[in-house]
Design a protein around this ligand. Structure first.
Ligand code: IMP
Length: 177
């Protein structure tokens, strides 16, 4: 397969502006709640790192790893935790930070699993949302950008573990060679 970056969907400046807005909104909403920000590895690491730096409030950060797509662009539908968080969720206001909501299966699983640990609240902040691909209805409380059905890379998002370091978000095109 030949991989090309077909178009730039969001520029460095557009991303920075939107992430700042999200951080400001979250800072207002969570100002008194000492939230636990749960970053879903690996794709959300870049977004979350920028986001929390726009949140000058009391908070904690932890990381959770879920099984991923492998080298494919399609979800297997199978989700499992490969790295768990270390903080006790009981009575905490938990904000899950996700790079992109596609089928919704990952977040459906995380909401169910983390919900069993009795947090005071459990909400989702996703940089990108692909609503047309949804297979599980999940409430996404904070969304950076809604996008059409494209496979996107950059700003933490990968294809076959590559392109995460791109500072912009682009659409990846795969063609037979
Ligand atoms: P879902 O379970 O189908 O909602 O997918 C969640 C995960 O799939 C995301 O956290 C991403 O890691 C990955 N994913 C979904 N769509 C894309 C994409 O367009 N580019 C890169 N990764 C994606």
């Amino acid at each position: 397969m030949r991989e090309t970056i077909e178009q730039q969907l969001f520029s460095v400046d557009e991303i920075a502006q939107r992430v700042q807005e999200l951080g400001q909104q979250l800072s207002l909403d969570y100002a008194q709640l000492d939230p636990l920000v749960v970053v879903v590895l690996k794709g959300s690491a870049v977004f979350a790192s920028d986001l929390i730096r726009h949140m000058p409030i009391s908070l904690q950060v932890d990381y959770i790893g879920t099984s991923s797509y492998g080298d494919d662009t399609q979800s297997s539908g199978q989700v499992r935790i490969v790295k768990d968080i270390e903080v006790n969720l009981l009575g905490r206001h938990v904000l899950i930070v996700e790079d992109i909501v596609d089928t919704g299966l990952t977040l459906q699983y995380l909401l169910a699993t983390l919900g069993l640990r009795e947090p005071a609240s459990l909400k989702i902040c996703a940089l990108l949302d692909k609503p047309s691909r949804r297979r599980a209805e999940v409430p996404v409380d904070y969304v950076g950008f809604s996008i059409d059905d494209h496979f996107v890379i950059g700003y933490g998002l990968d294809y076959a573990s590559r392109y995460r370091q791109l500072p912009f978000i682009g659409v990846l095109k795969l063609e037979e060679e």
